[in-house]
Design a protein around this ligand. Structure first.
Ligand code: SAM
Ligand code: SF4
Length: 391
C-alpha cells in the first residue's frame, strides 16, 4: 500500500470486507436506495444490495464488463499517466497471485454474470506469468472474450504464446508515430518495440486490434489524421481518449483536454466520418465509420472515448479489480472494497460474490460521486492514478 492509501480511513461493511474511503470523500446514501426492477424480488442486504444475481447498482446499471489489473508496475512513464520516477510499487505479497486472479475471474463470470474480461495494469506484460494467468482463466471460462490492454513493449516475443493461452482481443496504446515524440511522451525510446509487438500480434492472429491514443496539446495533437491513416491502412481501429484527471503528476487541467468535438473535426480534415450504424451500446467509445475523401468504400473505424466532455456514465457496465484485489465500482471512485483480503481470510465463492455485489451497489452516479462531474471545480481526483487502478 502506498503512502496515500495508508492514510485512508477504513469503514467496515457486510461480510467482514473493508471499504476504504479517502479522507474528505463524499458519503453515499447507504439505505433507502430505490430497488431496480431487474432485481425483481431478490432478497436484499441492509443497504438494499441484492443477495443474489449480478452486479446491480442503485441506478439500475448492471456491471458485466470486468477489468482486472494484474500489476501496477510499468516499463514506460507516459506523462499523462505516471511521474518520471514511477510510483511506489505494490510489494509482491500484496499483488494477486496467478491463482487468486483466476478465482476472482471465475467468481465474476460464474456467480456474477460477467460477460467479458479486460486484463490491464500498469503494464500486464511486466508479469512473467501472464500467459499462465490467461490459460487458467480460459480453462475455467471457455467462451469468455479475454482482451488485453498493453503498451506492447516485449509483445513481439509473447504474442503467439498469449494467443495460444486463449487471449482473444488486443488494445495497444500508441500515441504517436514519431520516435522523438514517443520518447518525450513515454520517457522511453521504445517506438520500434511497440511496432514490432503489433506486427507479431497480427502475425499471431490476435484481433481485432485497437490502438489507444491520448491526445495532448502541443505534443501529438497534429497527428490525428496520420494516426487514423496508419491505423486503417494496417487494419487497426484507432481510438482517441480524452485526457482524464488520473495522472501521477496531478498536473491535469480541464482547459488542456482536447474535447471529442475537436477530435472529430480534426479527423474530418482527412476523412469522412459517419456514425457507426451498430451504435455504441455500453461501450466507452463512440464509434465512427471512416472513409477516404471521395470514396464510398469503408476504410475502417475510429472510436472516441469522451469521458470528460461527453461522459457515458449512465450506460456504464464496468467493474474493476486492482492488482492488489480491491474492487472499484468506478475509475474515479473514492472507495474501494478489499476482495483479496476477503479471499485470503478463507471466504467461499458465494461470500466473495456478495462482497462484490455490495461494493457495486454503492457505485456512484457518475465520475466517482453522486454529485459532481469531472470538469467541475469541486471534482476531487481519486488517490489512485490510472496505472494503479488499471485503465
Ligand atoms: N500499460 C498499458 C497501456 O498503456 O495500454 C495498460 C494500462 S494503461 C493505464 C491503460 C490505458 O489508460 C492506456 O490506453 C492509456 O493511454 C490510458 N491512460 C492512462 N492515463 C490516462 C489519462 N490520464 N487519461 C486518459 N487515458 C489514460
Ligand atoms: Fe505505463 Fe500504460 Fe501508464 Fe503508459 S499508460 S505509463 S504504458 S501504465
Amino acid at each position: 500500500m502506498d503512502a496515500e492509501h495508508a492514510s485512508a480511513r477504513p469503514v467496515p461493511v457486510t461480510l467482514g470486507a473493508t471499504v476504504t474511503r479517502a479522507p474528505g470523500a463524499t458519503a453515499l446514501p447507504a439505505t433507502g436506495a430505490p430497488a431496480h426492477p431487474s432485481a425483481g424480488s431478490a432478497p436484499r442486504t441492509g443497504t438494499g444490495a441484492p443477495r443474489e444475481g449480478g452486479l446491480l447498482d442503485r441506478f439500475g446499471r448492471v456491471a458485466t464488463d470486468l477489468r482486472v489489473s494484474v500489476i501496477d508496475k510499468c516499463n514506460l512513464r507516459c506523462t499523462y499517466c505516471m511521474p518520471a520516477e514511477g510510483m511506489p510499487w505494490l510489494p509482491q505479497s500484496q499483488l494477486m497471485s496467478t491463482d487468486e486472479i483466476r478465482r476472482i475471474v471465475r467468481v465474476a463470470v460464474q456467480s456474477l454474470g460477467a460477460e467479458e474480461l479486460r486484463i490491464t495494469g500498469g503494464e500486464p506484460l511486466v508479469r512473467k506469468d501472464l500467459e499462465v494467468i490467461i490459460a487458467g482463466i480460459r480453462e475455467d471460462n471457455p467462451d469468455l472474450p479475454i482482451a488485453l490492454t498493453t503498451n506492447a513493449v516485449g509483445l513481439d516475443r509473447r504474442a503467439q504464446a498469449l494467443k495460444d493461452a486463449g487471449l482473444t482481443r488486443l488494445n495497444v496504446s500508441l500515441d504517436t508515430l514519431h520516435p522523438e515524440t514517443f520518447a518525450e511522451l513515454t520517457r522511453r525510446p521504445h517506438l520500434d518495440k511497440v511496432l514490432a509487438g503489433l506486427q507479431a500480434a497480427r502475425a499471431a492472429g490476435l484481433g481485432p486490434i485497437k490502438i489507444n491514443a491520448v491526445l495532448l496539446r502541443g505534443v501529438n495533437d497534429t497527428e490525428v489524421v496520420p494516426l487514423v491513416d496508419w491505423a486503417v491502412t494496417n487494419g487497426f481501429e484507432m481510438r482517441f481518449i480524452e485526457d482524464m484527471p488520473l495522472d501521477g503528476d496531478r498536473s491535469w487541467s480541464a482547459t488542456n483536454v482536447i474535447p471529442a468535438r475537436d477530435i472529430r473535426a480534426a479527423i474530418e480534415e482527412g476523412f469522412t466520418l459517419t456514425a457507426d450504424p451498430r451504435g455504441r451500446g455500453a461501450a466507452p467509445a463512440e464509434r465512427w465509420e471512416v472513409r477516404r475523401p471521395g470514396e464510398t468504400a469503408l476504410a475502417g473505424h475510429v472510436g472516441i472515448i469522451s469521458s470528460v466532455t461527453e461522459p457515458f456514465c449512465a450506460a456504464c457496465t464496468r467493474t474493476r479489480v486492482t492488482a492488489d484485489g480491491k474492487v472499484r465500482s468506478c475509475l474515479f471512485s473514492h472507495e474501494e472494497t478489499d476482495l483479496l483480503s476477503t479471499m485470503r481470510a478463507g471466504t467461499d465463492d458465494e461470500g466473495i460474490a456478495q462482497v462484490w455485489r455490495d461494493a457495486m451497489w454503492a457505485k456512484p452516479r457518475a465520475h466517482g460521486s453522486d454529485r459532481v462531474g469531472l470538469a467541475r471545480p469541486d471534482f476531487v481526483q481519486p488517490e489512485r492514478t490510472m496505472s494503479a487502478i488499471g485503465g
